[in-house]
Design a binder for this molecule. Structure first.
Ligand SMILES: *[C@@H]1O[C@H](CO)[C@@H](O)[C@H](O)[C@H]1NC(C)=O
Ligand SMILES: *[C@@H]1O[C@H](CO)[C@@H](O)[C@H](O)[C@H]1NC(C)=O
Ligand SMILES: *[C@@H]1O[C@H](CO)[C@@H](O)[C@H](O)[C@H]1NC(C)=O
Ligand SMILES: *[C@@H]1O[C@H](CO)[C@@H](O)[C@H](O)[C@H]1NC(C)=O
Ligand SMILES: *[C@@H]1O[C@H](CO)[C@@H](O)[C@H](O)[C@H]1NC(C)=O
Length: 796
């Protein structure tokens, strides 16, 4: 037993001692490596503290040295020398240095900055196969960038800035698929940029500035994650590079870019910094750049951009640096760029702008210069451009010059004419609210269970419309498409490209608000989709040019063609409704009336509980209830806060509603105001008489109250004569009862919308049963199919 214990103790000791000596050895070997590095760097003062006894893994990181260990291995080594440190002496050997370095095989981050290192990078470096970040900024490396660097397959960041590397970028880089940052600024690299760049899909930063690269930039649009592109101070060009639209920073300054800015730049919604100064750009300056949603810095100085600026051009509010110096711009400096408006640095000397200061050329100068450079019109394709160039080089000499001037003259004339015509007072921007809000909408879905059934509506997804699209759909808001107007808005009927009809509601904004102010409303709008609502399909903003605030909002709804509920119930329609229906229709049967009322109630239920927050006090009127081709009732006008908030239109109070309530009561029973309005609609459905005043409501209600408890015959005396013979007593009584309860003076005593729905469904069931029993029929009820055909022949 004792022997066993001692055996075990011995084993444990053995294991312990092995592991201890092993780690000690590893640790000490790495310590020796660091001390050797210290020696190979000629014991710089900032490494003075390093000696045999230093606990490297637990030392405080400093601005010059940081060492990170993982399980007794060094994984990160940062040594930052003094800025501008000189080259190490002649007997420095980069080979010995790297040979020492690779004895730290677990290194994932290696940063050796400003240490005076020099020589070509030894191939051995690639033995650090775990390397993820390599930063060798500000040394004196020369020679080509190792092609073997491509074997560092974990490399994410490669920074070789401020050395003296020569040659091109190695083709092998293409296999570094995890590379996110490639920066080789301030070297002596030359040659054309390799197309292998195109395969670096994960690249976020590509910084090649201050080298001697030349030729066209390869197509970078496949680098879909690219955020920073810095190609400044090379000899690249002439075409503006193709870049994908997550780009945030573009620097092309001091190159040989010539052909104008592509239209795609206007889709760079995240672009903050654009420096294309000191190139040879010709062609019109797209002033819309100044209003890109994220733009803060625009420098186009020292080019030959042409075009006319206008005082009312909009600028992005966060724009704080604009340099237009030395171009061929004419017109007026946009007022948003005037000195003193915000903390903006704005330079614009050396153009032909109509300003009071002296640093402008006479306008003729810009015109002549524009002729001399030959403006390439924006819509000319590359093919045409090269054809012109080819023709020029073939003819040459005087003939060439004459042709050039001729073409330029024509182009300038066209261009100026086009600019003159194309200065609409307002501009339209499609925002991407639809997509972002739809996704948020889906995230909120647990709150809006009923709304999730919307897919079954058969409506296209809620989206942003462009003004062009709406203008086309309504024939430029032609009077023939006008279908009505309210106090602050007009409604137009339009037909979209896909053939579908829409109703476009156009609201002129009284106050100035940016798009941001409307986002809440737009989000709400996108939820307003239900079988018994005239559903929202999308929206469109129109902006003022001078301050980018919203001038008009267009709300696009589904078009419901079949007239108002009133037009199907009481012939006389005096109401100033959007869709006042002049056709005399066959009146709805009793069963159809119950169905219509049920539809309205379901629409109200959706407005109250189907969206978050609910919409209450919708000021419902029978003339705002529309019927579709299947005679399904749809509520067309609901209490959009957009209307109340931005147009000073208090829609809260229906002239028919029970009114003398305190505000607090209104808050508490806000759902009951719609119930009252519903009662008024029900009253008209039952009586068949148009009701237009509170007084009429009271009179009819009192009549109902007295006869609802009387006998069947007297009940039928107030009913629309058309349906007298076709309604069952039981269902009529139910409808009258619920109608009276809805119209109760005290909101508390009015039924809930669920209660209303239950009663309507009951009325519908007893009516069905009664008709089944009696076999009687009220003539020939209109089938949905017939009615839609009927409607089509009327309308078209
Ligand atoms: C460091 O320790 C090693 C042995 O562990 C010894 O040979 C060496 O002389 C020591 N160096 C210094 C500078 O103390
Ligand atoms: C480099 O030369 C200097 C003398 O100029 C000498 O002191 C030093 O030890 C040499 N270093 C190496 C690494 O050979
Ligand atoms: C590389 O080193 C330079 C100089 O210290 C530093 O400015 C830069 O941020 C470093 N880059 C990375 C990615 O560590
Ligand atoms: C960089 O290398 C080139 C060619 O090898 C050489 O002419 C130039 O002087 C070097 N520049 C620096 C700053 O070392
Ligand atoms: C604008 O560009 C011109 C020409 O490159 C330059 O002289 C001027 O300093 C720049 N303005 C500012 C504010 O940087």
């Amino acid at each position: 037993m004792a022997e066993k214990v001692s055996h075990i103790a011995f084993l444990v000791l053995l294991v312990l001692s092995i592991s201890v000596t092993y780690t000690e050895q590893l640790q000490s070997s790495q310590t020796q490596t660091l001390l050797r590095i210290q020696h190979l760097l000629y014991n710089p003062p900032f490494l003075n503290g390093w000696n045999n006894g230093t606990d490297f893994c637990n030392a405080e990181p400093s601005s010059t040295v940081t060492i990170v260990c993982y399980e007794d291995s060094i994984t990160q080594l940062h040594i930052i020398g003094d800025v501008g440190a000189p080259r190490l002496p002649e007997n420095f050997s980069i080979d010995s240095f790297v040979t020492t370095l690779v004895r730290l095989p677990s290194l994932t981050v290696l940063r050796l900055v400003s240490l005076g290192l020099w020589g070509p990078l030894p191939t051995k470096l690639t033995r650090l196969s775990s390397l993820e970040i390599l930063n060798l900024t500000s040394n004196f490396f020369h020679g080509t960038i190792l092609p073997e660097i491509s074997s560092l397959t974990n490399l994410q960041t490669l920074i070789l800035d401020g050395n003296n590397f020569t040659g091109g970028l190695p083709d092998g880089l293409a296999s570094l698929t995890t590379l996110a940052v490639l920066s080789v600024k301030y070297n002596s690299l030359y040659g054309s940029l390799s197309e292998s760049l195109e395969s670096l899909e994960n690249l976020r930063v590509l910084a090649l500035s201050n080298n001697k690269f030349s030729g066209e930039v390869p197509d970078l649009s496949s680098l879909v994650n690219l955020q920073i592109l810095d190609l400044g101070d090379n000899a690249l060009g002439p075409r503006f590079p193709a870049i994908s639209n997550k780009i945030e920073r573009i620097v092309l300054r001091r190159n040989k870019f010539t052909f104008g800015i592509p239209e795609k730049v206007q889709s760079y919604h995240q672009l903050e910094h654009l420096d294309i100064s000191s190139n040879r750009f010709v062609g019109p300056f797209p002033a819309s750049l100044l209003s890109l949603p994220s733009i803060a810095y625009v420098n186009i100085a020292d080019n030959k951009f042409t075009g006319m600026l206008f005082e009312n051009l909009p600028c992005n509010p966060s724009l704080d640096f604009v340099n237009l110096t030395s171009n061929l711009l004419t017109g007026k400096l946009p007022s948003c760029l005037h000195p003193g408006s915000k903390h903006r640095v704005v330079s614009y000397a050396g153009n032909c702008l109509a300003t009071v200061d002296k640093n402008q050329h006479p306008i003729l100068f810009c015109k002549n210069e524009a002729l001399a450079v030959g403006i390439l019109p924006r819509h000319k394709t590359r093919k045409q451009v090269s054809k012109i160039a080819l023709a020029l080089s073939l003819t040459g000499g005087i003939i060439g010059a004459i042709i050039l001037v001729g073409i330029a003259l024509l182009v300038v004339r066209n261009f100026i004419a086009r600019r003159a015509v194309q200065t609409p007072p307002t501009r339209f921007v499609e925002d991407n609210a639809s997509t972002s809000y739809t996704s948020k909408f889906l995230r909120d879905a647990r709150y809006i269970t009923r709304a999730t059934k919307l897919g079954a509506l058969g409506l296209p997804a809620y989206r942003t419309f462009s003004l062009e699209e709406l203008e086309e759909a309504t024939n430029n808001f032609d009077t023939s498409t006008f279908i009505g107007e309210g106090s602050h808005d007009q409604m137009y009927r339009g037909q979209l490209k896909d053939g579908s009809f829409v109703a476009v509601r156009c609201l002129k904004m009284k106050r100035n608000h940016s798009t941001q102010h409307f986002m809440y409303h737009i989000e709400l709008m996108s939820k307003l989709r239900h079988h018994h609502l005239v559903s929202a399909l999308g929206h469109c903003f129109e902006y003022y040019l001078d301050d980018s605030s919203v001038s008009r909002v267009f709300l696009v709804f589904e078009y419901v063609p079949n007239g108002t509920l009133r037009s199907w119930i009481s012939v006389c329609s005096r109401s100033p409704s959007y869709l006042a229906e002049k056709h005399i229709r066959r009146k709805l049967t009793w069963a159809q009336r119950i169905a219509a009322a049920t539809g309205v109630a379901k629409g109200i239920q959706f407005l109250h509980t189907g969206i978050v927050p609910g919409l209450f006090s919708n000021n419902l009127k029978i003339t705002d209830i529309l019927l579709d081709q299947n005679l399904a009732a749809k509520i067309s006008s609901y209490n959009l806060p957009l209307l109340a908030d931005y147009m000073g239109k208090g829609r809260l109070q229906n002239f028919l509603s029970g009114s003398n309530n305190f505000e607090s009561a209104r808050e508490k029973h806000q759902d009951k105001f719609d119930i009252y309005d519903f009662g008024v609609i029900l009253l008209e459905i039952i009586s068949g008489k148009p009701i237009n005043s509170r007084n009429e409501v009271e009179v009819l209600k009192d009549q109902l109250l007295t006869i609802v408890i009387a006998d069947d015959a007297s009940r039928k005396s107030v009913v629309d004569p058309v349906i007298k013979s076709s309604c069952s007593e039981e269902s009529l009584k139910t409808m009258m009862e619920i109608c009276c309860r809805c119209l109760h003076k005290d909101p508390l005593d009015r039924p809930s919308i669920e209660d209303v729905l239950w009663n309507l469904q009951f009325a519908s069931q007893v009516q069905d049963a009664w008709r089944g029993d009696s076999q009687s029929s009220d003539g020939s009820p209109i089938s949905p199919m017939q009615s839609s055909r009927l409607k089509l022949t009327i309308k078209q």
